[in-house]
Write a protein that binds this ligand. Structure first.
Ligand code: SF4
Length: 646
């Protein structure tokens, strides 16, 4: 049977399991990436494994999210990242060099390789034929240690593109159309693989826009073949030798096929507050706009920004609009300066930010109260822009330029003529300057000192499992608790990213102000939850902080997939009520007891005695044998230490 592109790459990296859909597989990761928000924890985890150097082919630490230097914490964290990179043989991309995913596909992604990154949009480099997956920092640390990454063998959806995009319609509209059809859950457990005549006219940056927002579909990853267009891009980047052709076999079998006729596509827009709330732009015509942002890892390539400059040339943006612009990378920024594009945009009224995430994630450039912001980024969740009641719309650079000029959401084909909407080719030779990436030197690692400012605290490690567990119910929660309910995003992004003792003080603070106090009183505790406990962002802080506070188990009706993986990584038992009605027979402050834990974990069933109410509650552990071993070891770090006798 013929193979898809994704299957070909998985097959050459398979180290564990069989490629049967739905079963667990382990794959070797060739490359890793981290950024400043998730990187500090990942390198603390790696450091604790006492492995002198990373075992991957290539690892890189980017600084791109929070570039503000309002106090010592950010600079301290950046120096920590720089020194850990040097010590462990990791490349370090300095603040100002650009957004991790955009720099990575320009300079380091190699078709046919595997990449794991501690960010959900790691999928971006799938545009270049890489099998690229986002995960928690601990999984990235494990990959750096040479451990396989485990996942459920995904189903593979073939997205067949036919025809060609018309002027005014952009690659962004392809992924918005998919989100309209499939929703933010449409890609769960799947790899989206793009083929068809329509891909031939999409350049690598266009493809990267599409694979980037595959994360919004919930897909494991998205991938394009590595073809002639990929070769041309790598040649223009001065690294043609990195190219290999990877096409699907003619008789490749896909689990599902979706067709999009690019000739029929029209400009689309995602309305507030969900990326799948997509309609044709014309349905939002005349919505008044306060802010326009062209930037982010989704849409800030050379051609994205040059298109906007041509549309706005010799014109001035609407007086009521704050027009913000930020190139994805320093390479793109330098080219735009060289070619007079930045000059032209500043003349039109654009405000230029340095290459980085910033506005995309609410670090600066928050819209006015109740304001409307049209953005080329990928997420428009409530509050992400930094303003809780702002209305954020997601669209292409063409739609953003039309909004900047007119002050309203408009179909760009009604605002600009066909000459202004003409497509622009990417440079045939990019400006290559890697001077802001520090390569690891061949120093003896003992000579490198890790620099730790007061904001860098050691990564807490689970104390390990005991044969008998006696713990109290510290909190009884309802359905759909999010990781934001456990640890709010703002605290991590702003400054506390690796300071677990400080982060733990705000655990559950929004919904249960005395939570932390009770964990101190009980020492060992269990959280009881309803359905879908731990949904939302993949942040592992939502597992580490409870572990630090002595939480030994989550007992819930169901637990969200990524959060369950994070709990296991940090040695917290993810227990599910065998009979959901038992949720009623347990109350806050009850004393619970489990005996012979190790045997019970092996059997994946755990009986809990509720000493307060004098009854037994049966629970199940929906985990693989490998995950059972991790739990018995007291979490992933303990497991690796025991295995390597550290
Ligand atoms: Fe995440 Fe936005 Fe940065 Fe992309 S630009 S990595 S979506 S914060």
């Amino acid at each position: 049977m013929g193979k898809t592109v994704a299957e070909k790459i998985i097959k050459t990296h398979l180290v564990d399991g069989k490629m049967t859909k739905g079963s667990e597989i382990g794959i070797k990761m060739d490359q890793t990436l981290t950024h400043d928000v998730t990187g500090t924890l990942a390198y603390l985890a790696f450091e604790s494994m006492k492995i002198p150097k990373v075992k991957t082919e290539f690892s890189i630490s980017y600084v791109d999210h929070n570039l503000l230097q309002v106090d010592y914490k950010n600079m301290d964290d950046h120096l920590f990242l720089k020194s850990t990179a040097e010590k462990f043989g990791v490349h370090y991309s300095k603040a100002g060099n650009g957004i991790c995913h955009s720099v990575h596909y320009q300079r380091y992604a190699v078709p046919g390789k595997t990449l794991i990154g501690s960010d959900s949009h790691t999928t971006t480099t799938g545009g270049l034929g890489v099998l690229a997956i986002g995960a928690g920092g601990m999984d990235v640390a494990m990959a750096m240690a040479g451990e396989a990454f485990h996942l459920t063998m995904p189903f593979i959806t073939n997205v067949v593109l036919t025809g060609e995009l018309k002027p005014g319609v952009a690659p962004k509209d392809i992924i918005l159309e998919l989100l309209r059809r499939l929703s933010v859950k449409g890609g769960l457990g799947k790899i989206m693989e793009y083929t068809g005549e329509g891909i031939k006219s999409l350049r690598v940056p266009d493809r990267a826009t599409i694979t980037n927002m595959g994360a919004e579909l919930g897909a494991t990853t998205s991938i394009f073949p590595s073809d002639e267009m990929t070769r041309k891009f790598l040649k223009a980047q001065g690294r043609e030798e990195d190219w290999t052709e990877i096409l699907p076999d003619e008789n490749a079998v896909y689990d599902e096929v979706i067709e999009i006729d690019l000739n029929e596509l029209e400009p689309m827009i995602a309305k507030p507050d969900m990326p799948d709330n997509v309609v044709p732009v014309k349905e939002c015509s005349h919505v008044k706009v306060d802010q326009v942002y062209i930037g982010s890892c989704t849409n800030a390539s050379y051609s994205d920004i040059k298109k906007a400059a041509v549309m706005l040339r010799d014109k001035t943006v609407h007086p009521d609009v704050s027009f913000i612009l930020s190139a994805g990378t320093r390479q793109t920024f330098q080219e735009l300066i060289r070619d007079g594009v930045i000059q032209s945009l500043v003349t039109s009224g654009a405000r230029i930010m340095e290459p980085g995430c910033g506005a995309c994630v609410g670090i600066g450039q928050a819209p006015n109260s109740g304001g409307v912001s049209v953005r080329t980024s990928n997420r428009n969740f409530k509050g992400r822009s930094g303003t809780m009641d702002a209305h954020v719309y997601l669209a292409s650079p063409e739609v953003a330029a039309a909004a900047a000029l007119t002050g309203y959401i408009e179909d760009p084909r009604r605002v600009f003529n066909s000459r202004e909407l003409a497509a622009f080719v990417e440079p045939t030779k990019y400006l290559v300057d890697d001077s802001q990436v520090i390569k690891p030197k061949n120093k003896h690692t003992d000579e490198v000192e890790i620099l730790r400012g007061p904001n860098i605290k050691p990564l807490p490690i689970n104390e390990g499992i005991t044969e008998t567990l006696k713990a109290h119910v510290v909190s009884k929660l309802g359905d759909n608790m999010t990781t934001d309910d456990i640890i709010p995003a703002g605290s991590i992004f702003s400054s506390l990213r690796s300071n677990v003792p400080e982060i733990s003080k705000i655990t559950f603070g929004r919904i249960d102000p005395n939570f932390v106090e009770r964990t101190q009183q009980y020492k060992k505790s269990i959280i009881v939850g309803g359905e879908n406990y731990g949904q939302g962002s993949s942040r592992e802080h939502a597992a580490i902080a409870p572990m630090y506070l002595g939480v030994k188990a989550i007992l819930a009706k169901s637990i969200a997939r990524i959060h369950k993986a994070n709990l296991i990584n940090f040695g917290i038992l993810p227990l599910i009520f065998r009979d959901k009605k038992d949720y009623e027979y347990i109350a806050r402050d009850d004393e619970l007891e489990v005996v012979q834990i190790i045997n019970q974990i092996k059997n994946k069933k755990i009986s809990i005695r509720n000493n307060t109410q004098n009854l037994i509650i049966e629970t199940v552990l929906d985990i693989s044998d490998r995950e059972a071993e991790l739990l018995i070891a007291g979490g992933r770090l303990n497991y690796v230490k025991q295995k390597n006798q550290i």
